[in-house]
Design a protein around this ligand. Structure first.
Ligand code: SF4
Length: 695
């Protein structure tokens, strides 16, 4: 068996003796273990084969090595136990009934249960200083909750990885942990102590797993999820490496960690998570049929990419087929534009146009011109049309840049993410610095009115030193806007991210250092900070809109044209009207098929008419875009005001009150946590957190 000792998921004896796992850990395995392993059933063998690599990675991580060497800090052990206790409580409450329904009746729950042991250990560790909340553990817990609701067979992978680890490698880790605590004069922990012989419990656990009745798809999911469970463990281990001295209440890092929790990006409210199939083509058609002379904003989704960047969370189709896939895509887009135009009582003007993806410059010159012409066929362009496009600099040529400008694009955005070659390798997106310099030269030559670059903080192998060099390059290129995103590592939701080893991710402290470094450097060089993750030169229209309180947010992020209706075309594109969101089919095939049938390709959406929801939408927009808010009737927002007091006490917001009127101002420390502040007005978030963290 493997050794994802939950409490560490680290070095374990049991994984060792599986042939697929190599010999490095087998030193910890005894002859009895080897004999037992011979008796594994097919499912347990498959599980072992699948988790071997992730197990070895976890074993090699700093905290695991320190623990096995008897050098871990008691504070790290305290953080570990505190982090995992809620997840074990959840497993023990929910998993027995779910396992039973799957046929896993033989799983020996009373013998496995860690609840009483954890209660004892938490009390023992209470004498140690407070440790920061663990984002990894919180993500794990949320993920487990989701599995309980949606995929109990996947939940069983966590049961196997956790308890299997505790019964195997965890035994050795436990001995080391208790030796460390004893050396510091602290009592032993009970976590790794079981009430029956270990081999006996393992046999029952294996029998329970072999007995579950799973379909071939569920079997495959179980294996996938076992790997994901190990990756979650790695995240936890990476965090533990950064825990040392206790952080005081005024420590800015402690404050960020305290308040950093999963929150939406609030590119809309309600968020896309609330979309359902209650909205379809009929609602969009009715909306489009409303007479209007107002100009529109049009979004076109180009889904193709030549290869996948491993951090990517976008809807995309990775293909090298070029025109073979683009030609039918353009034919479908033409159908969609025909249908949309037919649904509108009059020809509309465009004030904004945005091509996003995927990779819009996947299209060759002729295809790009064809798409532009298609749009012109259906819409009149305002003389001051703001036309923007996202491009991948890896495949960009001077000819393509000049063509885009000639067609009428005025704004362009490209991703650098990180300029360091090692970081680029680690995320499978390699664009050498000379190419980035060439691209910027062409964009300036073509006289785009605004150039944006994207950076990502938190990528594997990134460090403050490497990121400093990326920032120096950005300073040299001097784009008009910079979007600095914080990498959301969600391997449990995004299988592509499983190619990224958690062990290679920078620590939370380094991530914060990089974010602060970027803020200081950019603000010292003429950029203004906008919201949590955007910077713009003072004369850029985004900075002007922010200063004048005209900033809006839509599915592309911050925008200056928030009052416009947004029409989205292409697979996955979202349309946004004051009372309606509608999202197109996310799969390319389903989107094309709907159009081939002559239907508007709407998959899901949301109608919003409730005045309270509309009011909350405006409050959230104010926080996200104005970083300030006035409330006329505090009586109606008592709960929110109370929650804000906690944020004010930690210096993230300043509150003032006159009678029933209240005002909020986000402070510079609160800027990073602007989404958390906005979430105070989102009742759904208060009930059940979802989204991503800053760190
Ligand atoms: S180019 Fe963009 S959309 Fe395509 S894989 Fe990379 S990050 Fe994702």
């Amino acid at each position: 068996m493997h050794s994802a000792s939950p409490v560490a998921g680290a070095a374990g004896a049991d994984a060792a003796a599986d042939d697929s796992l190599g010999s490095s850990i087998s030193d910890h395995a005894g002859a009895a273990e080897a004999r037992l392993r011979k008796g594994f059933g097919p499912r347990v063998r498959r599980l072992h084969a699948r988790i071997g690599k992730a197990h070895h990675q976890a074993e090699g991580m700093g905290f695991s090595r320190a623990l096995l060497a008897g050098q871990a800090d008691p504070l790290q052990l305290a953080a570990l136990v505190r982090a995992v206790a809620p997840a074990y409580a959840l497993l023990e409450q929910e998993a027995p009934a779910l396992a039973m329904a799957l046929g896993g009746a033989a799983i020996p729950w009373p013998l496995l249960a860690r609840g009483a042991a954890l209660q004892h250990d938490l009390a023992v560790l209470d004498r140690l200083p407070v440790t920061p909340p663990s984002p990894a553990a919180a993500a794990w817990l949320e993920h487990l909750r989701q599995l309980c609701r949606e995929a109990p067979h996947r939940l069983m992978a966590h049961v196997y990885v956790r308890y299997g680890g505790d019964l195997s490698g965890g035994q050795q880790l436990g001995r080391q942990a208790n030796a460390i605590l004893a050396a510091h004069g602290l009592p032993a922990l009970n976590f790794w102590t079981f009430a029956a012989p270990i081999e006996e419990i393992k046999c029952s656990l294996h029998a329970g797993f072999e007995a579950m009745a799973l379909s071939p798809q569920q079997e495959a999911d179980l294996l996938d999820e076992a790997e994901a469970a190990f990756l979650l463990t790695q995240r936890l281990l990476a965090e533990l490496e950064t825990i040392s001295a206790p952080a005081g209440p005024s420590d800015p890092i402690a404050l960020l960690l305290k308040h950093d929790r999963p929150v939406p990006r609030y590119t809309s409210y309600p968020t896309a998570a609330a979309f359902s199939d209650a909205v379809g083509a009929d609602q969009l058609r009715t909306q489009l049929a409303q007479p209007s002379t107002a100009p529109l904003s049009l979004y076109v989704h180009v889904p193709f990419c030549r290869h996948a960047c491993w951090y990517c969370g976008c809807h995309r189709v990775t293909t090298q087929l070029g025109s073979t896939v683009v030609a039918p895509y353009l034919a479908s887009l033409a159908r969609e534009l025909d249908l949309v135009s037919a649904a509108m009582p009059q020809r509309r003007r465009l004030a904004q146009l945005h091509w996003g993806g995927g990779t819009p410059n996947y299209l060759n010159l002729q295809e790009t011109a064809q798409l532009w012409a298609l749009i012109r066929q259906h819409f009149d362009l305002e003389p001051d049309l703001e036309a923007s496009i996202e491009v991948n600099p890896e495949f960009l040529s001077r000819d393509a840049v000049l063509q885009l400008r000639q067609l009428g694009f005025t704004r362009i955005s490209f991703g650098i993410q990180d300029a360091d070659p090692d970081v680029q390798q680690a995320v499978n997106r390699v664009v050498p610095v000379p190419q980035l310099r060439r691209v910027m030269g062409w964009l300036r030559e073509a006289a785009f009115s605004s150039v944006n670059v994207d950076l990502i903080c938190g990528l594997p192998r990134q460090s403050p030193e490497r990121f400093r060099r990326t920032l120096e390059l950005v300073q040299e290129l001097r784009p008009d806007r910079i979007a600095l995103f914080s990498f959301a590592y969600l391997p449990e939701q995004l299988p592509l991210q499983r190619r990224i080893a958690a062990a290679e991710l920078p620590s939370q402290r380094d991530r914060i250092r990089m974010l602060e470094q970027a803020q200081q450097r950019l603000c010292a060089n003429g950029y203004e900070a906008i919201g949590m993750d955007h910077y713009a030169l003072a004369d850029d229209s985004l900075a002007e809109a922010a200063r004048q309180g005209r900033l809006h947010r839509n599915f592309q992020g911050y925008t200056t044209g928030g009052e416009l209706d947004l029409l989205g075309i292409g697979p996955t594109a979202i349309s946004q009207f004051p009372h309606l969101f509608s999202q197109n089919q996310r799969e390319l095939k389903a989107w094309s098929a709907a159009l081939a049938r002559g239907e508007l390709p709407v998959e899901r959406g949301l109608e919003v008419h409730d005045p309270e929801v509309l009011e909350r939408r405006e409050l959230i927009r104010q926080v996200m875009c104005r970083f300030a808010l006035e409330l006329d009737d505090l009586g109606r927002f008592e709960l929110e005001w109370q929650t804000l007091q906690g944020l004010a006490a930690d210096g993230l917001v300043e509150l003032s009150r006159q009678g029933q009127r209240g005002a909020l101002q986000v402070t510079s420390s609160g800027r990073w946590l602007i989404r958390t502040i906005a979430a105070v007005f989102d009742p759904q978030q208060q009930r059940c957190a979802s989204g991503s963290r800053l760190l």
